[in-house]
Design a protein around this ligand. Sequence first.
Ligand SMILES: Cc1cc2nc3c(=O)[nH]c(=O)nc-3n(C[C@H](O)[C@H](O)[C@H](O)COP(=O)(O)OP(=O)(O)OC[C@H]3O[C@@H](n4cnc5c(N)ncnc54)[C@H](O)[C@@H]3O)c2cc1C
Length: 300
Amino acid sequence: MLAASRSGAARAFAENTSMTRPVVDRFVAGVTADEAVAVAREIALDRLVTIDHLGEDTLDRARADATVAAYRTLLRRLDDAGLADRVEVSVKLSALGHALPHDADKIALDNARQVCEAARAVGTTVTVDMEDHTTTDATLGIVGDLRVDHPWVGAVLQAQLRRTEADCRELAAPGSRVRLCKGAYDEPASVAYRETAAVDRSFVRCLKILMTGGGLPMVATHDPRLIAIARYLADRHAAEFELQMLHGVRPRAQRELAAEGLAVRVYLPYGTEWFGYFMRRLAERPANLTFFARSLLTRG
Ligand SMILES: Cc1cc2nc3c(=O)[nH]c(=O)nc-3n(C[C@H](O)[C@H](O)[C@H](O)COP(=O)(O)OP(=O)(O)OC[C@H]3O[C@@H](n4cnc5c(N)ncnc54)[C@H](O)[C@@H]3O)c2cc1C
């Protein structure tokens, strides 16, 4: 499924059929900025939100520029709706030009800067998603450049990568917003832990570093054990933190944790290019595949 998530043919087929829409809708807020803002408004009644305009691995400069325009529109709509204090945005650099054949770093940085300017203008923040391990250094480099003018830009680190403990040490500083997740990409053993238990242990080691670093750890997991450990460490070190979960995954737990007083932020994607995102969600939880397959068969 992770290989399929990057297949152009499978993507074109799936995104252009309406058969799969009801299943996709569980994870995706809709197609337009207005639909995303409407869902965000509901969630923001008791939680925080980060909205992602779907798209990745863009090989066309015009599409990268269109993504910036989409974020500008989205941020304006959030401001109009009075939601900018509870809703931020997440961006993927490969949607902003980081996968282009020429001047990729420069184009992605310029585009990400424009999104950050638009976010600053309405009083919200941006978090830069992390993609596969071949992009980690360049992504962290761009986050560092963005933070010169916008110190609130959030970074993402993946516990499955062997390098991540060192990256946590580097980034755990006062004011630094760091999202820690397990990692959604199929990575080789040379750079990543392949066993679930080893990823979990790395996650806990990283949490300890982030919770004592004086920044804002953003703990992105649905795993009840890791959530309990994050809460314990935050109590012990009197650290503030955000718990982050994906739209459509454990929604009841999200609401219960928010009711207990935790800052819970929901990652809410929208747009037409849902295929890669959706396939990574299926790969994490093959049980979801049954629903997806059933919808294809019964509607096809
Ligand atoms: C807010 C947020 C932002 C993220 N940003 C990034 C990023 O920038 N880069 C990146 O590589 N990854 C990102 N991820 C994905 C992350 O790396 C994991 O792939 C994903 O969160 C699943 O791992 P888990 O920690 O929830 O643990 P898992 O062990 O996968 O899941 C724990 C439990 O959560 C539930 N669950 C998990 N996934 C699903 C699902 N798809 N459907 C239904 N139930 C599920 C199940 O009950 C499961 O037993 C992000 C995740 C979140 C929540």
